[in-house]
Design a protein around this ligand. Sequence first.
Ligand code: PMP
Ligand code: GLN
Length: 385
Amino acid sequence: MSTYNSHFQSKLPNVPTSIFAIMSGLATEHNALNLSQGFPNFESDKKLIELVNKAMLSGNNQYAPMPGIFDLRKAIAEKMELLYDVCYNPDSEITVTAGATQAIFTVIAATVSKDDEVIIFKPAYDCYEPTIELFGGKTISVQLNPEDFKIDWEAIKCLITDKTKMIIINTPHNPSGRILSKKDMLKLEDLLRNTNIMLLSDEVYEHIIFDGEKHQSAALFPALAERTFIIASFGKTFHNTGWKMGYCIAPKELMAEFRKVHQFNVFSVNHPTQVALAEYLKTPSNYLVLGSFYQQKRDLFLNLIKDSRFEFLPSKGTYFQLLNFKNITKESDYAFAIRLTKEQKIAGIPISVFNNENYDTKVLRFCFAKTEETLERAAEILNKI
Ligand code: PMP
Ligand code: GLN
């Protein structure tokens, strides 16, 4: 008989399985159209896939250098210069990661200690809070108003204490599809000036922004940039979320701390893909087209469901659209999402899971990174509900 006591104390006793795993699993089980987890159902550019093949056949199959291959870091630095007119040193200020999730984990692991406070805004992407908790930090969650998701920076000022270590922002924002304006960023800059508070700026949707708006990267604001870890994801940008490739950018003192953890967290990430991405990034149109590409999908989807019983404000960025179902049912968003998947064969994400105390605003999130045919089939279902 085993003497092993498996009833050890969990480090994350209240953390459930991620909603993305739950809803995608349910969609597969019930053969439902999966507009829940955020991933495209079309292939990335064949040229990019050929570049990865070529890189493999040319022998780039052993460990890459710990921070990433230099050519890719250089290409990322050039992209930052082109887009935001800012200079990051590829040697000391950029690290290639296994997607944004690993980059976020590594930032928090490298910076947050026991009892440090980290301010986040709800609804929030699901990986921030458990990671803060894992390292003994305390999450200060600010629930945003579900009408406009605006941040009241004056109210945030009141939450800052001598224990505040970091603020986490995400623009364009998952799941709301809202974006932070230049005014927001200037207020945040004022708030953090003359403090030691760090910023984690999750900018994985930086290129997916609509209606002529400009992405307000933390890199554009000097008093933010000096304290910011910027997080990016190639999966979101080049339609290959399964490759799990991304990067982190930060001033060199912060990046040195990041790399101390990164080297033991993964050491280095997929080598041939880095070689391919370095080449592919040399053509800026490969990422500059993304805004209009996804705006077209958003507009098609919203036009197709304009006469449905769902209410919505058009998404301003990301590839997610929120739909309010308060005119349809009084069910919880979670129960409704599960019933839609099982009975109507369409899966979305209940956004209460990203809110404080599962605050239910009767809203589901649908991913429109799908082919026209899939969006048409989705609309057909949604229009009948
Ligand atoms: N942050 C946000 C806001 C996201 O939506 C996602 C999901 N792509 C991530 C981080 C994680 O990205 P990755 O798949 O590159 O780990
Ligand atoms: N970022 C994706 C989303 O919001 C999911 C990523 C994941 O599955 N963890 O849907």
